[in-house]
Structure formats: structure tokens, C-alpha cells
Design a protein around this ligand. Structure first.
Ligand code: WTA
Length: 571
């Protein structure tokens, strides 16, 4: 049964009549908003930053409002334009060419955003890595992408296994460094002498601009490859879904190591020329509330896990802050509980708008629009220009209210164009002209989509995608671990937590210390968010005859569900 529906409110929204637009809209209609429509010269960095920096009315507007414990800074569009020009000159000095992969492994900071646009201005492909990654995660991504240049900090440098990265020619260090060498370049030193003007590299809409590594159920993380053309959808969803207007102060809480932190933490706000709040440091309820209050945030894009933590922090805390500037709240990454929507109505007197999309889709596809009724628990409806459906495994559409594969008719502007180095993986996403998401869902008679779960073994913990294979591979590197099977275990706060089933090598005895040591091994070797919160020692791990770990069976055991057909189980 539906929870109570939440009607759209009166409001001066950018998009008022969605249904009308659905019947008339064509993606080409958006082209006229971009300078390349007239000049034929394309670069997403130009559209997001330089175009505003050239506009006398916009150039001195604050683009980046940065704060982190111990550091506050704001940069105008003109500042970012000049600084990213300087950085592009630094990259050119070291011979970075169009199409080269230049990776960033650093905390959220003004230097990150300046470097990011500098990379794009050279026509190179940017690859942001989440700052919590440890050595194994960094190695896998830099090896697969064959990155030539890495921008990082002296602190994070020790997690970069340089001996395993023959393609990595230069490392640009942001911060003090002790040992100068041919390989290391000092960010601040080079920036000081670099020119503030740069001849931007004009590219084609279909040229690469970004690789985000993301996890699947098998194999190592895959490099999802995006092109400049994605700006069309970043821009227009910024208008329709985020409802951005010129005087907005926007805050997206996601880290730019993940796709939400680039598509909606960088591109959508700046393509639309709004002030973008970037908050560094770790999550605490007090900190997040005070960020909303202090910067008078008007539009806020965040995630269910964070919202659930705010709910847990209690109503007393809400009352200490002033959220009167806030007018629009959105969520992404995991199912948004109806209870959280109800809480949002009380805490902020605002609706929380769920949005569904993926690293591979590059931008929002199915959403709750500000001008539409919300059905709590539903992800909403496809945006104009998007055809979404529920299909069976052969790619045939199935009727309303039946569960199946959530699928999108291929060909929207921000869709990934490749999986780096892995064409067959890319092809495997598409059946019968549909992009098949790996999520299961159903559609009701009114066209609202309802998320039901993942169809593969991908784990979603606190909105972060974790591949079980990566965790299993790391676990079995521990001397005590013989075999490992990893699953997502439902958790009220985090959506799922990572649970590992392991067998021990001869000579090892189960103990709390050993399990903690194994957990730490994954945490310090791979990343904190991928470390299993629970580890269970078993005599054996169920496998198919061909040796594949039967994670489904592990999950059924964990949940106390019937185990179904186990006929392929290894005897
Ligand atoms: C899940 C994040 C339910 C889903 C932008 C998807 C969601 C995966 C929602 C992509 C939502 C994302 N409701 N589940 N609104 N949004 N997901 O690549 O399983 O990190 O396939 O992209 O997160 O995660 P990714």
C-alpha cells in the first residue's frame, strides 16, 4: 500500500509542466544554450567556467564556496578560470596531450577543482579517485587506465605503488614535499610561474573527458568512460531536477571520487552558473546542519544514509539551526525510505526528492520533479527525453506492477560511451536496444518506478558501490584466509553492510583478534568503506562446480531464506 502521497507545492519552478514537455522535448532543444552551438568549438570546461568568467555580470560571482576544518576560501568564476588555465599550462609543460589520462587522488579542496578543469582544458581525460582508497584500489585503477600523470598530496603518496605503475610518468604534489626528483612536480611552485591564459583545446562532443571507476559483481572495478556531450544532460537536469536558478546557493554532499560528486558536484551547478558549496572533512550531523545554516544553502543534494543519520540525531538538533533559506532537497544513491520523506516534511517543511541514476548513465534519469506529486518509496518518473521501462531477460517490455529489469532506451546524452579497455563488458549492458541497469523495479499504472533491489551481487553500503570480488580478492591475500565469499547484509542505517564468510588456512584459529586483523587488512589495503563489518568463519564456502563462489546462497543463509536450487554446488 502507498504511504500518503505528497502533492507538489506552489512554487516558481523552472519546469512547470512536465507532461507537456515529455511529448514535445528533443535533446537538440538544449543545444541552443551552449556557445558551441554557434562556434562549433566544444569543451565542457569552457561552458562550466570560462563562459561565465567572460561575462562581465558573472565573472566576479562566487563559484566555489569552500570550507573544511581549518580552511575557508571562495573562488569566483574568474578565479577558477585563471587558475585552471595556469594548471593547464603546467600540464602542457609536461607534455600532456589530448586523450591522456590524468588522475586526481586528493581530498576535496580548491586545488582539486582547479586541477580538474585544468585537465579538461588540455583535452585530457580526468580520473578522480576517492581519497579513502588504499594501495590496492589505487593500483587497480591507475594500471587499468594507464594514467600518465597523477595529482596527489604528500600524505596520500604512500598509497601510490609507483613500482607497479610503469605508465605513470609524473606526479604533481599538492603540499610540501621533501624529496625532489624527476618524477615529482610541485603544484604551488609551478602554478606561481604559469601563465593565466591558455589556449583551450577544442574537442568533439564525443571526445572523452572523464573516467569513473565503479564496481560490478565480477572482476576488478571498471572504468566508465564519459564524453563532453554529457554536458547537455548535466545542464538540463540542473534546471529541471535541481531547479537551479541564478541566485541559488547549492550544496552537493558527494565526493568527486564518485559520479554524483562530478555530474552534480561540478558540472550541473557550474554549467548553470550558480554558487557551489564544497564542504571538506567528515560527516557529523552538527557539521552538516551548520553548513546548511551558515551558507544559507537553498538547494541541497544528498544521500539516504546521511539523511537517516540526521533522523537518528534527533529533533532537538534540528531546532538549533535556521534552514529558512533551504527550498529544495534531493537524494540519490540508495532507496530513500518513505519514513525519511515524512521526516523531511517535519524537519525542513520540505519534500525530499528522490533521483535514480548510475555511474554508467552519467546523469539523472528517473526522478521526483519539484512540480510533481511524490509517492514516497518511488524513485519517480523518467525525465523528458528518457524512455524507461521494465523488461525481461530478453529485452521485452513487461506490463505494469510486475517486477523485472529496470531498463532505459539507449542513446541519451550523458550515457557512458565505453568501459575502458573492456568492449565486451560494455556490450553486455545492452539487450535489444535497452540499457539494462542491473536493478530490479516495477512501474505502476501511472508511470512511477519503484526500486526493488540489485539483480547482481553488487553491494550498496551507505550509497557507495562495492564489488564483492574486490573485497574477496583482498581477503584471500591475508595469510590466515583460505577462501572468502562476500555479500551485502541489510542494515537499517547503511542500507547494506559488508559481510564476509571465510575459511581459515591450516594453523589458524578463529579469535576476535584475528578477525579484527583481517578486517584491518582490508581497510588499510583496499579502503575503509570496503572493509567487512562482519566476518564469519566457516568450514567451507559454497562454490559451483566451475569454482564460482555462490554468493546468492550465502545471502540466503544469512537472511534465513529458502536456498533454492543448489544442484550446481560443488560436492
Ligand atoms: C542504486 C550513483 C534506489 C542502484 C548515482 C544503482 C538507487 C546504483 C538510487 C548506482 C535510488 C542509485 N533508489 N537505488 N534513487 N540511486 N541507486 O553507480 O542500485 O554509485 O544501480 O551511482 O545505486 O550506483 P552508482
Amino acid at each position: 500500500m502507498d504511504m500518503q502521497r505528497v502533492p507538489a507545492r506552489e512554487g516558481n519552478y523552472n519546469l512547470k509542466n512536465y507532461d507537456e514537455l515529455r511529448s514535445t522535448f528533443k535533446w537538440e532543444d538544449v543545444h541552443k544554450h551552449f556557445s558551441w552551438n554557434e562556434t562549433g568549438k566544444v569543451n565542457i570546461a569552457y561552458e562550466a567556467i570560462d563562459r561565465h568568467a567572460e561575462n562581465p555580470e558573472k565573472k566576479d560571482k562566487v563559484a566555489l564556496l569552500y570550507s573544511a576544518p581549518g580552511r575557508e576560501e571562495s573562488l569566483t568564476f574568474s578565479d577558477i578560470s585563471k587558475k585552471s588555465n595556469q594548471f593547464a599550462n603546467v600540464l602542457k609543460k609536461y607534455d600532456v596531450q589530448k586523450g591522456d589520462r590524468v588522475f586526481l587522488f586528493m581530498p576535496r579542496s580548491p586545488e582539486f577543482y582547479v586541477s580538474f578543469f585544468g585537465i579538461l582544458k588540455t583535452g585530457a581525460i580526468a580520473g578522480p579517485l576517492f581519497e579513502a582508497f588504499m594501495e590496492q584500489a589505487v593500483r587497480d585503477r591507475l594500471q587499468d587506465s594507464e594514467a600518465r600523470v597523477l595529482i596527489t598530496t604528500p600524505d596520500l603518496l604512500e598509497r601510490v605503488p609507483q613500482e607497479d605503475l610503469p605508465d605513470l610518468e609524473k606526479i604533481i604534489l599538492v603540499g610540501n614535499r621533501s624529496e625532489p626528483s624527476d618524477k615529482y612536480i610541485d603544484f604551488y611552485e609551478e602554478m606561481e610561474v604559469a601563465s593565466e591564459s591558455f589556449d583551450i583545446e577544442w574537442v568533439d562532443l564525443e571526445d572523452g573527458m572523464l573516467i569513473h571507476y565503479t564496481s560490478g559483481s565480477t572482476g576488478k572495478p571498471k572504468g566508465v568512460y564519459h564524453v563532453h556531450n554529457a554536458m547537455i544532460q548535466h545542464y538540463v537536469t540542473g534546471q529541471w531536477v535541481l531547479d537551479l536558478k541564478d541566485d541559488d546557493v547549492y550544496w552537493c554532499t558527494a565526493d568527486p571520487g564518485w559520479v554524483t560528486g562530478t555530474s552534480y558536484g561540478v558540472f550541473a551547478p557550474w554549467l548553470n552558473g550558480v554558487t557551489n558549496v564544497i564542504r571538506g572533512g567528515r560527516f557529523t550531523p552538527e557539521d552538516w546542519y551548520s553548513t546548511l545554516d551558515k551558507h544559507n544553502v537553498t538547494v541541497w543534494y544528498t544521500a539516504p544514509t546521511a539523511l537517516r543519520m540526521l533522523v537518528s540525531a534527533g529533533e532537538g538538533l534540528v531546532k538549533k539551526y535556521d534552514f529558512s533559506s533551504l527550498r529544495h532537497v534531493l537524494s540519490v544513491g540508495e532507496p530513500l525510505n518513505p519514513e525519511v520523506v515524512t521526516w523531511g516534511l517535519k524537519a525542513f517543511d520540505l519534500r525530499i526528492h528522490d533521483t535514480w541514476w548510475m555511474t554508467e548513465t552519467g546523469a539523472q534519469l528517473i526522478v521526483n520533479l519539484p512540480s510533481e506529486e511524490i509517492r514516497p518509496g518511488s524513485m519517480g518518473k523518467p525525465i523528458p527525453g528518457i524512455e524507461a521501462s521494465i523488461v525481461d531477460n530478453e529485452g521485452n517490455e513487461i506490463p505494469p506492477n510486475q517486477m523485472g529489469n529496470l531498463a532505459i532506451k539507449a542513446g541519451w546524452p550523458s550515457m557512458m560511451r565505453a568501459i575502458w579497455n573492456n568492449p565486451s563488458k560494455y556490450d553486455s549492458y545492452f539487450i535489444n536496444g535497452w540499457y539494462v541497469s542491473g536493478d530490479s523495479a516495477y512501474r505502476d499504472e501511472d508511470g512511477y518506478f519503484w526500486f526493488q533491489g540489485r539483480l547482481d551481487d553488487v553491494i550498496n553500503t551507505s550509497g557507495e558501490r562495492v564489488g564483492p570480488f574486490e573485497v574477496e580478492s583482498k581477503l584471500i591475500e591475508h595469510p590466515a584466509v583460505a577462501e572468502a565469499g562476500v555479500i551485502g547484509k541489510p542494515d537499517p542505517q547503511r542500507g547494506e553492510i559488508i559481510k564476509a564468510f571465510i575459511t581459515l588456512n591450516p594453523g589458524y584459529q578463529e579469535s576476535d583478534e584475528l578477525l579484527e586483523d583481517i578486517r584491518q587488512f582490508v581497510k588499510t589495503g583496499l579502503s575503509a568503506h570496503a572493509a567487512p563489518r562482519e566476518i564469519e568463519v566457516r568450514d567451507s564456502i559454497p562454490k559451483t562446480r566451475s569454482g564460482k563462489i555462490m554468493r546468492r546462497l550465502l545471502k540466503s543463509w544469512e537472511l534465513g531464506l529458502p536456498t533454492g536450487d543448489t544442484s550446481t554446488l560443488e560436492s
